[in-house]
Design a protein around this ligand. Structure first.
Ligand SMILES: [Zn+2]
Length: 249
């Protein structure tokens, strides 16, 4: 009668695992202070939680205080990120939740999603390789390789907005600002001007100029309009993954 139960860490530990996974994916050295920044908790809280995570075998800490996922930690992190992204896709594509709100909502919901429901959601949204923000599903990191950092785009040239990093997803006001100005994956975007002395970047998108902070623009990627992936770009509202359109052609 008892269903097979997979041991899942607590919600707090899942949040930590997700951030450690994302930072490691980006090649960053994971240290407590970065986790405190991302998770918006105090350094002593991070230290205490990390001690528990080491004790329970999710992570290891080296002499230089850098943190690494164990095999079990990696599996649990992959699971939570996948559930989070699939929940975002469910909310955006099927329930029609505004793009700027899906990260926040998924943050609350994803912890309770079972493996079976996650698989059903994956089928329903047709197994995308990226979340609605263009960030790669675990195991599909290579999809981001051909992307061009917005700050390295050629001014005056049309690109397709492709990816808005997880670090920005966590800022609801910024997400609402981007959505209001049509800065969504799939939108056509032109780099107008980088003003380093002003810490701002101006882009042209959705019929008008939009000003971004330099640090925000540094977390945005575009792709060539002429590239095969660019041709398959989805319109804002469909969002996220270019693959279904490509396969349909
Ligand atoms: Zn996302």
């Amino acid at each position: 009668m008892m269903a097979r139960k997979v041991q899942r860490p607590s919600q707090t530990i899942e949040n930590y695992l997700g951030v450690i996974y994302t930072l490691s994916r980006d090649g960053e050295t994971v240290i407590g202070r970065k986790l405190a920044d991302w998770l918006e908790v105090s350094p002593p809280t991070v230290t205490a939680t990390l001690q528990r995570m080491i004790r329970d075998g999710w992570v290891t800490m080296s002499d230089d205080k850098s943190i690494r996922l164990t095999q079990g930690g990696r599996e649990a992190a992959t699971s939570v990120i996948r559930r989070h992204m699939l929940t975002e896709l469910l909310l955006a594509r099927i329930l029609g939740v505004p793009w700027s709100k899906v990260h926040e909502e998924a943050d609350r919901m994803a912890h309770g999603v079972s493996a079976e429901i996650a698989d059903r959601v994956a089928d329903a949204v047709k197994h995308p390789r990226v979340c609605p923000h263009g960030n790669p599903m675990p195991g599909h990191e290579e999809i981001t390789e051909p992307l061009v950092p917005l700050l390295e785009a050629e001014p005056g040239v049309e690109y397709v907005l492709a990816r808005i990093h997880e670090e920005l997803e966590r800022k609801p006001e910024l997400m609402a600002y981007l959505e209001r100005h049509c800065l969504l994956p799939g939108a056509t975007i032109v780099l107008v001007e980088i003003m380093e002395y002003n810490d701002t970047v101006t882009v042209y998108c959705g019929g008008h100029d939009v000003v971004l902070g330099l640090s925000v623009a540094g977390k945005v990627w575009v792709r060539d309009k002429g590239s095969p992936m660019g041709q398959g770009a989805v319109a804002p509202g469909v969002m996220g993954d270019v693959q279904p359109r490509l396969q349909a052609q």
